[in-house]
Design a binder for this molecule. Structure first.
Ligand code: GLA
Length: 393
């Protein structure tokens, strides 16, 4: 069977070169491109992305599908370093913020493209208790703990293996987080798979096991700008979020515990709405977040993969839909970007030039008994799935 497929490819490739040699006018050239397209296939390439300050080698894996869409993931932080997606005219451009060098990722930065662990978003005052025992985490966001701490998963070098089928390319990243790393109990074995398919889906699947009772809330922190032009803000993107409720926060961005109805507020994204439409309204929650930086409680049933949110950039025609089995999504509009970090495209990342849609459990869950549990026990298998689905319209 394999041999048969191989000879088919060789035969098709021969047709392409034959047609191209014969081509003299534009019309015939078009035909050859079409043939070439039909033999384009999934590929995975690996190259060095340099070494860390501690001299650990870092690789950059590029998964490419047969439509020319590609994602580059570096083993440092499991970071999506670039994500190249076609627009409505088939022009393929990068739609995620990030850097060109490893050194820049090692400097303080707002988690561009990174895997976040052990805990997405904030834990109040860096403290929580399990079975009467109190755990203390680093406070790296004022008085709170944020995104797993200063040495969270976004700064670890992950082991990688690649996997390829006819219609998909995957990268499987693994990491063993030792007992009490960043203050969290349990040796935690984590596996994250990025899978790019020929349907232009990028699926991110997380699994983990522990040898001691612990808490866990993994997510992906890509900043999208669907225009492909990082000098533009994302304020004209149309966003929908399938949520009737969101979590209001206190002055330090910790959820108050209330699940608030979005109806009649700037937080209502049940119908597509431009991000910029109400972002500067006179609203206490928007002032606290300096824009949108909140967790929406998804309408889908917990545990089942369902539509969560979408973003659409009319000019490029690019559409992103997010599906997840997580109960919530953090919508963050790049409010802390302030023009100090260098863009991959030259210049700097200005205010609100990227947005994040971080699928997750609710922030501060370990301290809020009415929020869905984030406890992981020995013998249980943590499973979380998110699909970023790209199309044009
Ligand atoms: C998250 C948080 C924001 C901010 C960014 C990173 O999305 O909710 O408040 O910390 O990460 O800068």
């Amino acid at each position: 069977m394999k041999l048969f497929k191989k000879s088919l490819y060789i035969a098709a490739a021969m047709v392409v070169s034959f047609v191209s040699i014969q081509c003299k006018d534009g019309k015939k050239k078009e035909a050859s491109t079409e043939v070439a397209k039909s033999v384009a296939k999934v590929t995975i390439t690996k190259e060095s992305f340099g070494t860390t300050e501690d001299n650990i080698p870092v690789d950059n894996y590029t998964l490419k599908n047969s439509n020319g869409m590609e994602v580059s993931v570096i083993t440092y932080g499991g970071i999506i370093q670039s994500l190249k997606v076609p627009n409505k005219d088939q022009v393929i451009e990068d739609v995620v913020l990030g850097f060109n060098s490893l050194a820049q990722y090692e400097k303080p930065n707002p988690y561009f493209g990174a895997l976040i662990g052990r805990f997405g978003n904030r834990i109040a005052k860096g403290k929580f208790s399990l079975d009467g025992k109190e755990y203390t985490l680093a406070t790296n966001d004022g008085e709170n703990h944020l995104h797993g701490g200063p040495e969270g998963f976004h700064r670890k070098v992950w082991s990688a293996t690649e996997n390829q089928t006819e219609h998909s390319a995957s990268l499987v990243l693994t990491y063993l987080s030792k007992d009490m790393e960043e203050g969290y109990p349990g040796n935690l074995q984590v596996e994250v798979t990025y899978m790019l398919t020929d349907k232009n889906d990028l699926a991110v699947t997380y699994s983990a096991t522990t040898d001691k009772k612990t808490v866990l809330n993994l997510t992906q922190h890509s900043y999208f700008n669907l225009s492909g032009d990082f000098s533009k803000t994302i304020l004209d993107h149309d966003v929908t979020i399938d949520a009737d409720k969101y979590l209001p926060v206190d002055a330090t961005l910790i959820p108050t515990g209330e699940l608030r109805d979005v109806t009649g507020t700037p937080f209502d994204f049940r119908e597509a709405k431009q991000v910029g439409k109400e972002i500067n309204s006179d609203n206490e929650q928007l002032k606290r977040g300096l824009g949108y930086d909140h967790c929406w409680v998804l309408n889908g049933k917990e545990g089942e993969i369902a539509f969560a949110a979408s973003a659409y950039d009319k000019a490029s025609g690019r559409m992103l839909e997010v599906y997840t089995n997580e109960p919530a999504i953090q919508f963050y509009t790049g409010n802390f970007l302030d023009g100090t970090l260098p863009s991959k495209q030259g210049g700097n990342y200005e205010h609100r030039t990227g947005f994040c849609l971080e699928t997750q459990h609710y922030p501060d869950s370990p301290n809020q008994k009415d929020f869905p549990s984030v406890v992981l026990e020995p013998g249980q298998n943590y499973k979380s799935s998110t699909v970023f689905k790209f199309s044009v319209k």
